[in-house]
Design a binder for this molecule. Structure first.
Ligand code: ADP
Length: 535
């Protein structure tokens, strides 16, 4: 720096000489270091970057020449200019020795102030120039380094831009493809509707068109979400919600796809009563997105495990599939926008490569994180979300929350026998029951229902009426006649909600009657009132 002080070292064994030298030399920007002996001088030389040493020759102990020779031998002090202060005239030989030891000049005592100033000023100015040069050299080096850094950075930006541009082009191609995909069957469907006279066919076509339209709407919703998130325009409607509610909604949304692909979904929920500060719709969207991906990227008949576990003040939700897996090098980029891994692969599924991007942003808006893991291609994948939990349910919480907590209270684990000849339907109810902390068992015929009821002695039996062998009414009647089932809660589930059905169900011995499709909150409300049989 240009303002760095410049140091002169004054070496003299006489205090008054040091004082008068200091008085003569003193100026702004100059620091005078005083040493009363050679040893003191060497110590100061170690600490300071000295521009000039002014040294008395005659000193007890180490004299000026000896000190100068020691300085010459040292790398740090070897090039410091030395002016000797000599008393009287020096003979030629001594003067020669002085030059040999490294002297650049001699000043005779008594000292002429002007001569002293002129001779020392040269070294002051020289050092100042050196400092300035060093400073400029540092600046030039720093600028060069900064330029190199900026260049490397701009190269990186350019590469990133190029990659983003390429991904955008790919995305547009995928988007066109994805939007056209559902349009073709919709247009074909319209043709069929125009031509067909079969109501059955028309119903089938309407169902197909409805599914395709739902798919289109979802694509467009996702696109809008991406645009909102990119402009920071997404707003979460956060409140304290039971995590189970979000999971339940997500499973309901993803079930059709999971069932279509014949996957087995297992739930592993360690603790029921978990609360998070979240936007219910968005949190369900996050979870169902991951479930849909697990279903999409797992070959038919796979297994999807959904695990929920508390870890300290957080909850971890992991969705693991045994599907196509993800290559290690792809993992770090999996949450990037438009990151579809190999569109041409046989496993590429309808999608725009924006789902995981949205999921990650939404998770982070909830104060959480998400990680993807896979051992490699063909080895399945795990996506784990970490979310902060709110503090455990407070006693003064509003009554509606209290009710919700009661329904999902893990203390009342009930065994529920679900009887339905429609296997996916029975399975779905089973999952829902697990979700709210109960233990389901499934049966698909009347005979199987009777056998399982007798072996398991469930707390609750949820009976379909239209079974292939014996009607649900008969199953219920037979069980009721057995004293073991006198107090078992029996719930009829039928496709009809007419009064007559209610009446028949009551006569057969049912406690309640629910209309299909069964709503989880209705079922949960009934179970909330039932006590385990063993109790
Ligand atoms: P999309 O499913 O629309 O392609 P996503 O953003 O949801 O977009 O996923 C990005 C990519 O990540 C997918 O194209 C797929 O290659 C990969 N991926 C996502 N989930 C899984 C999974 N469970 N197993 C294997 N690959 C997955």
């Amino acid at each position: 720096m240009p303002n760095t002080p410049i140091y002169f070292l004054l070496v003299d064994d006489m205090e008054e000489n040091l004082l008068s030298l200091s008085a003569l030399l003193g100026r702004e920007g100059l620091e005078l270091l005083q040493a009363r002996s050679g040893t003191e001088a060497l110590e100061l030389l170690l600490k300071y970057d000295v521009a000039l040493a002014l040294m008395d020759v005659q000193m007890p102990g180490m004299d000026g020449f000896e000190l100068a020779e020691l300085m010459r031998g040292n790398e740090r002090s070897g090039s410091i200019p030395i002016i000797f202060l000599t008393a009287g005239n020096m003979d030629r030989q001594r003067r020669f020795r002085g030059y040999e030891a490294g002297a650049v000049d001699f000043i005779n005592k008594p000292i002429e102030p002007d001569i002293l100033r002129v001779k020392t000023d040269v070294f002051f100015q020289l050092k100042r120039q050196q400092n300035l040069l060093a400073h400029q050299r540092d600046m030039v080096r720093e600028t060069a380094e900064e330029n190199a850094r900026l260049l490397a950075e701009s190269r990186q930006y350019a590469a990133a831009l190029k990659e983003a541009d390429q991904r955008k082009d790919e995305f547009l191609a995928t988007l066109a493809h994805e939007l056209r995909n559902p349009l073709a069957p919709i247009r074909n469907g319209l043709q069929v509707l125009r031509l067909t006279s079969s109501e059955e066919k028309a119903e089938e076509v309407r169902g197909m068109m409805d599914r395709q339209l739902t798919h289109l709407v979802r694509l467009i919703d996702d696109l809008l979400d991406v645009s909102r998130i990119s402009r920071d325009k997404i707003e979460l409607r956060k409140s304290r919600i039971a995590l189970q509610d979000a999971i339940q909604t997500a499973i309901e949304v993803s079930l059709p796809l999971i069932e279509k692909e014949n996957h087995r979904l297992t739930l592993d929920i360690e603790e029921q009563n978990l609360w998070v500060d979240a936007d219910l719709t968005r949190l369900s969207q996050i979870i169902s997105n991951l479930l849909n991906n697990a279903a999409k990227y797992t070959p038919n008949g796979g297994t999807i495990n959904f695990k929920v576990k508390r870890e300290g003040a957080d909850v971890l939700l992991s969705i693991t599939d045994n599907g196509i897996g993800i290559e290690k090098e792809t993992l770090p980029k999996i949450f990037d926008l438009f990151s579809q891994v190999d569109h041409k692969s046989a496993h590429a599924q309808g999608g725009l490569g924006i789902g995981l991007f949205l999921v990650q942003r939404l998770v982070s808006l909830h104060g959480g994180t998400i990680a993807a893991d896979s051992d490699g291609l063909g080895l399945g994948s795990t996506f784990t979300i970490r979310l902060p939990l709110t503090i455990a349910a407070q006693p003064d919480m509003p009554s509606s929350e209290k009710d919700a907590a009661a329904v999902i209270d893990g203390n009342k684990k009930l065994t529920v026998l679900v009887v339905d000849d429609n296997v996916p339907s029975a399975q779905t109810i089973g999952w829902m029951l697990e979700l709210i902390g109960h233990e389901p068992a499934l049966a698909h015929t009347g005979k199987e229902a009777l056998e399982k009821a007798k072996s398991l002695l469930p707390d609750i039996i949820l009976l379909d009426i239209g079974l292939p062998d014996i009607t649900g009414y008969d199953v219920c009647g037979e069980l009721r006649r057995d004293p073991q089932f006198k107090n078992t809660l029996m719930i009829a589930q039928t496709g009809w909600g007419q009064d007559r059905d209610r009446e028949l169900a009551k006569q057969a011995g049912f406690d309640h009657h629910l209309v299909k499709p069964i709503k989880l909150d209705e079922l949960a409300a009934l179970l909330g009132n039932a006590e385990p049989q063993a109790a």
